[in-house]
Design a protein around this ligand. Structure first.
Ligand code: GDP
Length: 456
């Protein structure tokens, strides 16, 4: 028999209400043992999905005053009998109730186990279950909206359309293997080729949108570079709109790497302020410089700051060298001060690279932020209708399916035996099934649900 699981589903800490949740065959029986309704009606007789007021009791001892609801299978989140108890918030009451429930025969749920049951019982597919995690973890409106769409089954729908096309191709092949007549086969190769191109195109569209999807979900990995004292911390602070990094006028004080999230009109910047890059003998600072160079490799965007109120030096040249092949925003800061470098010197340092003259101190921040949004999204934020695949696991599966389709096309062009082509088609089908969970293995499931919090 499936066991009954329980967990605290609300966040820990002081709050008005705490929620304890139970799912499985014993849920109602256990709740019955610990709940005493105000009007003395047993939980079994209380209507399905109706809230009931009373107390949680341990024998004669009252634990808390609560509202309770029972939800009978199969119309529940997990498709099992579910009970939710709304008690007072804080950490003690929820824990006492949880322990009591465990004493009566339930077991503590693992991370994501409620949602895993929803998946195993067919209420959600795997991509929808993953959308639940993303929804909980969303940091901006747009990443939240993407998760809602995925939860609604937008990705499921797209994937199943593609899978249907592949299945139709397989049926065609199977029919042909059974009745091999030469001219028919010839015509079928042509029609298969057309279908294969269509599937490949569908996959390509999903894959090419995925970079944007990843940026929406995980944020634009942004690194701020510049030698000491050019205004990196000031930039970060202005963007964060509160004092986060230490601003000083002693060069080299931002020694470690600071990471933070900034929400720019729904676009998430995951921003890293690095130690100022410069030649240095200071051990601590050297480590910082190495780490800064490393973080450049993973960056989606580099904001490079220069200070033309001081002469440029080798440190500036070193930094500009690091920018090749990277999406970069070059800022000439402190435009409120008198320039000590000529136009020629700027041109000599930056070559053809574009730059913006700004004064972070005197309020250029909005202009800078708009520029960043524009660089990534041509000024337009994600439309309500757009959907992007944003989960790395899904992108990988799509790319694998794409290369299987390339083999399919290759095979058709060379008029290979149909059953060989069928093998590649089935491969593509399986790879797409990994996204929705139709062909997932136990370790894929383990990995996915490990990302969850307990109680969801
Ligand atoms: P970091 O070492 O690159 O992080 O530089 P900071 O952000 O600590 O700034 C160094 C100094 O330059 C501070 O005194 C800032 O107030 C100053 N500063 C930053 N931006 C501007 C600016 O646009 N104009 C002027 N005049 N000073 C600035």
């Amino acid at each position: 028999m499936v066991d009954t699981i329980c967990a605290i589903s609300s966040a820990t800490g002081e709050a008005g209400i705490g929620i304890v949740r139970m799912s499985g065959p014993l849920s109602i029986e256990i709740a019955e043992k610990i709940f005493r309704s105000k009007r003395n009606i047993s939980l079994t007789d209380i209507k399905n999905r109706f809230l009931s007021y009373g107390h949680i009791v341990d024998g004669n001892r009252v634990i808390d005053e609560v509202l309770i609801v029972k939800m009978l299978k199969p119309y529940t989140y997990t498709r099992e009998d579910l009970v939710e108890i709304y008690c007072h918030g804080g950490i003690i009451s929820v824990r006492k109730i949880l322990n009591l429930i465990i004493d009566k025969g339930a077991r503590l749920a693992e991370k994501g186990e409620f949602t895993k049951r929803a998946f195993l019982n067919g209420r959600l597919d795997l991509s929808q279950a993953e959308a639940v995690i993303d929804l909980i973890k969303a940091k901006t409106d747009s990443s939240y909206e993407q998760s809602v769409k995925q939860l609604e089954g937008r990705l499921t729908g797209l994937i199943s359309l593609i899978r249907e096309k592949i299945m139709a191709m397989i049926s065609l092949i199977v029919a042909n293997i059974d009745f091999p007549e030469d001219e028919i086969v010839e015509a079928q190769y042509e029609s298969l080729l057309e279908d294969a191109f269509e599937v490949k195109d569908d996959l390509f569209k999903l894959i090419s949108g995925s970079d944007r999807g990843r940026l929406i979900r995980d944020g634009i990995n942004t690194v701020i570079l510049g030698k000491p004292n050019v205004g990196k911390s000031s930039l970060l602070n202005a963007m964060l709109k509160y004092e986060r990094a230490i601003v000083t006028d002693i060069p080299g004080t931002t020694r470690d790497i600071i990471e933070d999230y900034i929400n720019l009109d729904g676009i998430l910047l995951k921003i890293t302020d690095t130690a100022g890059i410069r030649e240095t003998d200071d051990k601590v600072e050297q480590i910082g410089v190495e780490r800064a160079k490393k973080s450049i490799e993973d960056a989606d965007l580099i904001i490079a700051l220069l200070d033309p109120s001081q002469p440029f030096n080798d440190d500036d040249r070193e930094i500009i060298k690091l920018l090749d092949n990277k999406k970069t925003l070059i800022l000439l800061n402190k435009s409120d001060l008198k320039r000590k470098v000529s136009d020629e010197e700027i041109k000599d340092l930056l070559k053809d690279k574009k730059y913006m003259s700004v004064s972070i101190l005197e309020g250029s921040i909005e202009e800078i932020e708009n520029k960043i949004v524009e660089m990534f999204f041509q000024g337009q934020i994600v439309g309500k209708e757009d959907f992007y695949v944003n989960n790395l696991r899904h992108v990988r599966a799509l790319k694998d399916a794409y290369s299987s389709m390339e083999s399919v096309i290759d095979g058709i062009k060379r008029q290979e035996f149909l059953d060989l082509i069928e093998v590649d088609l089935r491969q593509a089908l399986n790879e797409l099934g990994l996204i929705t969970g139709e062909t997932s293995t136990e370790d894929i499931l383990d990995k996915v649900f490990k990302e969850f919090c307990i109680g969801k």
